[in-house]
Design a protein. Structure first.
Length: 327
């Protein structure tokens, strides 16, 4: 074999040897991990709200702890850097929580442990030394609760509509959510809280919010809170923030119904993928979508890749909003 032929053969062999390494590096692109903390392992249940988002850099964000996180000592929590609360209703803020993991049933979890007057969100923030990032007029409430319990009121961080903050390398913005946001007087307590409760008056903490998260791998995710349909879904969420992943409430009655939620996703936000949320029903049985459920209706109506948040099952999403594992 002459010298030129030998060099060419070696060059080809070297290129082929490099191909698996290159492919492996492409497949190992960083992903955002999303882990539901629901009421029953492996199911999507009536009270399920809580999700943990883990950035590739390790920053962990708890969204709407609600009633299925079994208090600040829930072993599924681990390190929590940031807590997001979309609004002050007990099923999101956490006025009570499950007695233990998997306590009760999917349709009727055992939520017999009161978190009042602090809330699960505050108790978790105190235990984990987390930041609570909210918008509207909610931050002073959280600052007051943290201070009253020996925490640092500066850990309640404000970000109002149109602005953003960066926590642990994750950009956090708030966007409008069309929903009520009254504060239960039991969080206030005393004679003042009692008088409010007797009069049927809730505390004013401003508007409910949704969130847009920008992760270090480039993924942008929209978290809807309990919103109804609004023009901001297209004008603000889609046109400005351009999320590739959405978490969308589907519960009906208290929030958008499954068909309305599908309209928001299909025609207004148009992400690549969506995670169903806030079904207010037994959405799955033995990990399979229950026939005739609102969850099934939403999955059939939506035109993008849709995922059911089974408690404890981690899903991973790439920068383009595509599920890379766990879906």
């Amino acid at each position: 074999m002459n010298r030129s032929v030998l060099l060419a053969a070696l060059s080809v062999a070297g290129s082929l040897a490099c191909l698996p390494v290159f492919a492996q590096s492409q497949n190992a692109s960083p992903t955002v991990k999303v882990t539901p903390l629901g009421g029953i392992d492996g199911e999507f249940c009536a009270q399920d709200r809580a999700l943990i988002f883990e950035d590739p850099n390790g920053t962990r964000i708890l969204y709407d702890p609600g009633r299925t996180v079994a208090g600040a000592n829930d072993p599924r929590l681990g390190k929590i850097d940031v807590i997001l609360v979309s609004h002050m209703h007990g099923d999101h803020l956490g006025n009570a929580h499950q007695k233990a993991l998997n306590a009760g049933s999917c349709g009727s979890p055992d939520m017999s442990v009161s978190a009042m007057p602090n809330s699960s969100a505050v108790n978790i923030a105190l235990a984990k030394k987390s930041k609570i990032v909210t918008g509207s007029e909610m931050p002073p409430f959280f600052a007051s609760k943290l201070k009253a319990n020996g925490g640092d009121p500066a850990n309640s961080v404000l970000v109002r509509f149109g602005g953003n903050v960066t926590m642990g390398g994750v950009r956090i913005a708030t966007v409008p959510a069309l929903h009520s946001n009254g504060l239960d007087p039991d969080y206030i307590g005393g004679d003042f809280g009692k008088a409010m409760k007797e009069a049927g008056i809730a505390g004013d903490v401003g508007l409910a919010t949704g969130y847009v998260l920008g992760f270090s791998n480039g993924l942008v995710a929209y978290l809807s809170g309990d919103t109804g349909i609004m023009a901001d879904h297209e004008l603000v969420v889609r046109n400005h923030y351009k999320p590739k992943l959405a978490v969308m409430n589907i519960g009906d009655g208290f929030t958008t119904g499954p068909n309305e939620a599908a309209y928001v996703i299909n025609d207004l936000v148009k992400p690549v993928s969506v995670i169903a949320s806030h079904a207010n029903e037994v959405g799955t049985v033995n990990g399979k979508v229950r026939p005739g459920s609102k969850t099934e209706t939403f999955l059939k109506a939506v035109k993008v890749a849709a995922h059911v948040p089974l408690s404890g099952k981690t899903m991973e999403f790439d920068a383009d909003g595509k599920c890379a594992a766990g879906c």
